[in-house]
Design a protein around this ligand. Structure first.
Ligand code: KG4
Ligand code: ZN
Length: 382
């Protein structure tokens, strides 16, 4: 306990020294705020001499307990919980970092995409802070936060291929620079995280679904059920999971309360996801190489909540060995929603003077590649 406290004290003193140096050298110190879904988060970030991030604090308060009994996020309850916690979480982030409010250079807040009622809480709070402190305000795209999140724990240069898999999004993007994204493929129906969550709900394996499916898959036979792999041989690297979800629903009705069969179904589901990702990742890599004409090793980043899944990491690492890509994953604490990735995107924007006015409104939809075709709804043709 004593040595742990010494460690905290030591880190704190290091932080205070760095803050002093950075204030003198005019290195930005940014507060990031995140409230787009079911995590209330705040983080303070600055840079070291080499331009690498120094995370002075990163506080994440999850609402798992609030939504557990409903098996999914209830927007109204999520917003209420953000409102109850946002000031405390921000205060904690400031206290832990040793940064004084007046020493912040800017306030960066997630402004979309996400649940409007949830986004509005963090956004209003961030704007109010920026306004009262007379500091610049930066509206951050949550997806840009995920897209840049691997830079929090590794050195990484543009361009890179990104697979962003979370509760609301599943897409392959060519990341060419800050704010420069080309979408190569996306889901035409459900997101992967959503498919994990719904599968867990159908099997009664608890909430949040992703981590539980991963856990129970280890106890099951992944080849027991033959499940569909929608649009596997067409539509480029676009993805689809609705048919897979329906098949899981059908099978889950047959197996009733047989635990072993439930584990087999969880394992077969995860295995099918892996087969789909393997095929589609190879396709995305081919498209990326053709587009960029790069022959050398290229970083392949997997980010977002689902990137925490170990079997997906292993599967995609194997793909990289065959294709001359270098696999890179954010550390586990930066896969799921957090504010460090928002503050980091904030620093990058602040340095390019990409700040926003205080009338910026929350956006439920905010694609990283605005030129990409909207690929949802019936009657879709490729
Ligand atoms: O990025 P995130 O925290 O929030 C969104 O922006 O959506 O992602 C949450 C999603 C949830 O659907 C959750 O079930 C999934 O990530 N997830 C996982 C794992 N951990 C979280 N899915 C599969 N395996 C996991 N270990
Ligand atoms: Zn997210």
């Amino acid at each position: 306990y004593f040595s742990f406290n010494c460690f905290i004290l030591h880190t704190y003193i290091e932080n205070v020294l760095l803050i002093k140096t950075n204030l003198m050298n005019k290195k930005p110190i940014i507060l990031g705020i995140e409230s787009s879904c079911d995590e209330t988060a705040a983080s303070i970030i600055t840079e070291n001499e080499q331009g690498m991030p120094t995370i002075l604090s990163s506080i994440v308060s999850s609402q798992v307990d609030v939504h557990k009994e409903f098996g999914g996020v209830v927007p109204e309850l999520a917003a209420r919980s953000h409102m109850e916690k946002i000031d405390l979480i921000t205060k904690k982030a400031l206290d832990e970092s040793g940064v004084k409010m007046e020493d912040l250079d800017a306030i960066a807040t997630t402004a979309g995409p996400g649940l409007i009622v949830c986004l509005s809480v963090g956004l209003s709070f961030g704007k109010a802070m920026a306004s009262s402190l007379k500091k610049p305000f930066i509206a951050v795209n949550h997806l840009e936060g995920h897209a840049l999140s691997p830079k929090l724990n590794s050195e990484l240069n543009y361009p890179y291929l990104l697979l962003l898999i979370s509760g609301g999004h599943s897409q392959f993007l060519s990341v060419e620079g800050l704010g420069k994204y080309k979408r190569l493929g996306t889901t035409i129906d459900d997101a992967i995280g959503e498919a994990f969550d719904k599968t867990a709900k159908m099997l009664g394996l608890g909430y949040p679904g992703g981590p539980n499916i991963e856990k129970f898959s280890k106890l099951g036979d992944k080849n027991f059920f033959k499940l569909p792999e929608p649009i596997i041989n067409r539509a480029g690297c676009n993805l689809s999971f609705a048919g897979l979800k329906t098949a899981v629903l059908r099978e889950s009705k047959n197996i009733k309360e047989d635990l072993q069969l439930k584990y087999n179904l969880a394992a077969s589901f995860q295995n099918t996801i892996n087969k789909i990702l393997l095929k589609k990742t190879k396709e995305a890599m081919m498209q990326f190489r053709n587009k960029t004409s790069l022959k050398e090793e290229i970083p392949f980043i997997v980010a977002g909540g689902v990137a925490a899944n170990q079997s997906i990491r292993e599967n995609l690492t194997e793909v990289c060995m065959e294709t001359n890509f270098i696999p890179l994953f954010p550390s586990l604490k930066f896969c799921g929603d957090n504010a460090a990735m928002i503050a980091w995107a904030g620093i990058k924007r602040y340095k390019k003077k990409l700040t926003n006015k205080l009338d910026f409104v929350a956006k439920s939809r905010w694609p990283l590649d605005p030129s990409a075709r909207y690929l949802k709804g019936p009657g879709l043709k490729f």
